[in-house]
Structure formats: structure tokens, C-alpha cells
Design a protein around this ligand. Structure first.
Ligand code: F6P
Length: 378
């Protein structure tokens, strides 16, 4: 047994002869646990394999700008494990295949992918680790098809990537949302108000349904289940009839009324993706127009993305970062690391991107919530 373990370790530990310098970038929205990934990657790449690591700042922008690259040494990643955000910086506007910028009030675009490829080669890199959500990993997959040796690490607080059981950052966001709902409960109850809490979740309502369950919400609105205001109000009225003078509604930012569209915020900046938001404020007006009750909207927004990662996200981020280094050593380019409990496995990027993991409307979580009397407005 001991001998087998040693053999396996030796096989994994033997780096490809060619690898000596790798790059890493974090793209898309930030997420608690990104620094744990960077630390896990660097400690394994430098400490175990003896490679050099370069960090690109602000996603793929760093690959286009010679000023925005830094050596990621063991010293550089010291003490970052509990820190939120990413020490490399990030942006969700950085797509070299469709690079967008603002010039004299006008939005301009260009394909700068050849430039990025050229720079990757000029830096003498043997691999690039791309840490990001679906959009960032889709860009990584395009570069892989153009010949760049890429390895992906999935990231998003929305937990909507299908190939991995869970993404790091999700548990932290869920905890933040749950604590906020707990606080709102006490003030809602004291004032006999309806509190509408808007949480993140563009395409998938994982944060909404799980924070709603954990926080004891009365109504949960998900992108997966179109709602009507009438049904929401009926649920709130029924509660009032039962003598409950206050209610908590948890609404995912991506939820939409039946036959209607998601709530979008206007922006003068060239944003990508579209900036969602507004469901809570809209719903409060709709509720107050139909019921004799005072309602308030609370938008949790980026509070859910900030702050120190919970232990689960630190551990998963560390495992993903270390696994990405081992995947490079094994030559597993064009793949991303994924949690398929209890193992971390490589999954082809081509299979992983573009496939959303959404809350099943007929699944056990929704059934459990309905059984508890929680309404979905449908
Ligand atoms: O994808 C993660 C996410 O937090 C979404 O839930 C949200 O719509 C989006 O990022 C917001 O990003 P931004 O930082 O551009 O506001």
C-alpha cells in the first residue's frame, strides 16, 4: 500500500521536461477563495516542481500589457490565504477576442487575441492557468484551440458551473446572504414590514434558494421559476391572515416575472456582462400598491463577493490551485480542475463551458421549500 502511494506520488510529481515557467490570471468577477487558489498553485509549482510563476494583472488585460505582469514567488503569496479578492486584480471586461474600450465617448472594439498569443510566447511560458467563471473559461478554451497550453480553474459565487459539484466562493457568499437575512428578520418583525432582499445569481438561484432556506424566508424568487406579483402578494396576504405581520422575500437578481424580462440597470460604462439589478425595488412598489403594508428593499450586491473566504472555500481553492499545477505537470492542457466529490478531476474545457448548472425547479431543494410553505410566486 505504502509502495503504491509512493509510486503514484512519483508519477504525478515528475514534471514534463519542458515546463519551467507558467503564467496565471484571474478573470471575471472576484470571488472569495481566489487568493487561496493562487497560493495553492504557487506553493505547488515553485515548492514542489521548481517552476517559475508569472502573475498577470486584471485578467487577460495583463497578457496584453507588458507593465501588468509580476513574479509570483513564495514570498508574494505569503499571508494571502484569508484575504478576499485577488492579489492579481481582475476585470469582467477583458476578452482579447473582442476587446472593448471607451475612447472620446465612443465604444471601440478590436480582436487582440494574436497579440496575447504572441506575448505568451515571447515570455517563454509553458502553460497558462486561467481562473475564472464561464465567460473567462470560454476565452481560455478559444486560446487552447489556437495552441496555447491552458489549464482552467472554475470560479463563481453563483455556483452555476455544471462540471464541478461546487465552486469556491459560493459558501462564503451564501453565509453572507444568510447572515444578512437573519439581521433583516429582526427589524422586519419589529416593524411589521415586508423586507425584499436581492441576492446575486444571474442565471441560477443557488444563493437565493439556499440562503432563503437557511434564513427562513417566506418567498423565494429564482431565475429558474418565473413568478407573478399576484402570487407573491397572495403568499404574503396568506401569511398576514395567519397573524404573521412581517415577511421576508429573497429574490435572485436574475429572477423575472412570467412573460417578462430580467431587471437590468442602465450603465454608461462598456459593461460585460449586462448589469442586472432592480428586482427588489420594483417588487416593493408592486407590493405596496396591492397591500396595506410597508415594504423595503435591500440589495446585498457585492457584499456577497467581498471579504474573507469561509474555511470550505479556502480548502477548495487550495485544492484547485494545487491540482492545476499537477495537471500541468501531467500535460492535461485544455482541461479545468473540478470537484467531483470526493476527488478533484480534470474535465475538458470544451465540455465544461456553456453548460449551466441551475436549480432544478422540480428538484429536492424546491420541493423541500414548498413543503415548508415557502412560496415561489408561481
Ligand atoms: O457571476 C457572478 C456575479 O456575482 C453575478 O451574480 C452578478 O450578476 C455579476 O457577477 C455582477 O458582476 P459585476 O461585478 O459586474 O457587478
Amino acid at each position: 500500500m505504502a509502495e503504491q502511494d509512493t509510486t503514484r506520488r512519483a508519477a504525478v510529481a515528475a514534471p514534463r521536461a519542458a515546463v519551467c515557467r507558467i503564467g496565471v490570471l484571474t478573470g471575471g468577477g472576484d470571488c472569495p477563495g481566489l487568493n487561496a487558489v493562487l497560493r495553492g498553485l504557487v506553493k505547488t509549482a515553485v515548492g514542489r516542481f521548481g517552476w517559475e510563476v508569472l502573475g498577470f494583472e486584471d485578467g487577460f488585460d495583463g497578457l496584453l500589457d507588458p507593465q501588468r505582469v509580476q513574479p509570483l514567488t513564495l514570498d508574494a503569496v505569503r499571508g494571502i490565504l484569508p484575504r478576499g479578492g485577488t492579489i492579481l486584480g481582475t476585470t469582467n471586461r477583458s476578452n482579447p477576442f473582442d476587446y472593448v474600450w471607451k475612447e472620446g465617448g465612443a465604444i471601440r472594439r478590436a480582436d487582440r487575441s494574436a497579440e496575447a498569443l504572441e506575448r505568451f510566447r515571447a515570455l517563454g511560458l509553458d502553460a497558462l492557468v486561467v481562473v475564472g467563471g464561464d465567460g473567462t473559461l470560454a476565452i481560455a478554451e478559444r486560446f487552447y484551440r489556437l495552441g496555447m497550453p491552458v489549464v482552467g480553474v472554475p470560479k463563481t459565487i453563483d455556483n452555476d458551473l455544471s462540471a464541478t459539484d461546487v465552486t469556491f466562493g459560493y459558501q462564503t457568499a451564501l453565509q453572507t446572504a444568510t447572515e444578512a437575512i437573519d439581521r433583516l428578520h429582526t427589524t422586519a418583525e419589529s416593524h411589521h414590514r415586508v423586507l425584499v432582499v436581492e441576492v446575486m445569481g444571474r442565471h441560477a438561484g443557488w444563493i437565493a434558494i439556499e440562503s432563503g432556506l437557511a434564513g427562513g424566508a417566506d418567498v423565494i424568487l429564482l431565475p429558474e421559476i418565473p413568478f407573478t406579483v399576484e402570487r407573491v402578494v397572495a403568499a404574503l396576504e396568506a401569511r398576514r391572515q395567519r397573524g404573521r405581520g412581517f415577511s421576508i422575500v429573497v429574490a435572485a437578481e436574475g429572477a423575472a416575472p412570467r412573460g417578462g424580462a430580467q431587471f437590468v440597470q442602465a450603465s454608461a460604462a462598456p459593461t460585460s456582462p449586462t448589469r442586472l439589478g432592480g428586482i427588489a425595488v420594483w417588487l416593493v412598489a408592486e407590493i405596496e400598491a396591492r397591500m396595506d403594508v410597508e415594504a423595503r428593499a435591500v440589495v446585498l450586491g457585492h457584499l456577497q463577493r467581498g471579504g474573507s473566504p469561509v474555511a470550505f472555500d479556502r480548502v477548495l481553492g487550495t485544492r484547485f490551485g494545487a491540482a492545476a499545477a499537477r495537471l500541468i505537470a501531467a500535460g492535461g492542457f485544455g482541461h479545468m480542475v473540478a470537484l467531483q466529490t470526493p476527488r478533484i478531476v480534470p474535465v475538458p474545457l470544451a465540455d465544461a463551458v456553456g453548460v449551466m448548472k441551475r436549480v432544478p425547479p422540480d428538484g429536492e431543494l424546491v420541493e423541500t421549500a414548498r413543503g415548508l410553505g415557502i412560496a415561489f410566486g408561481d
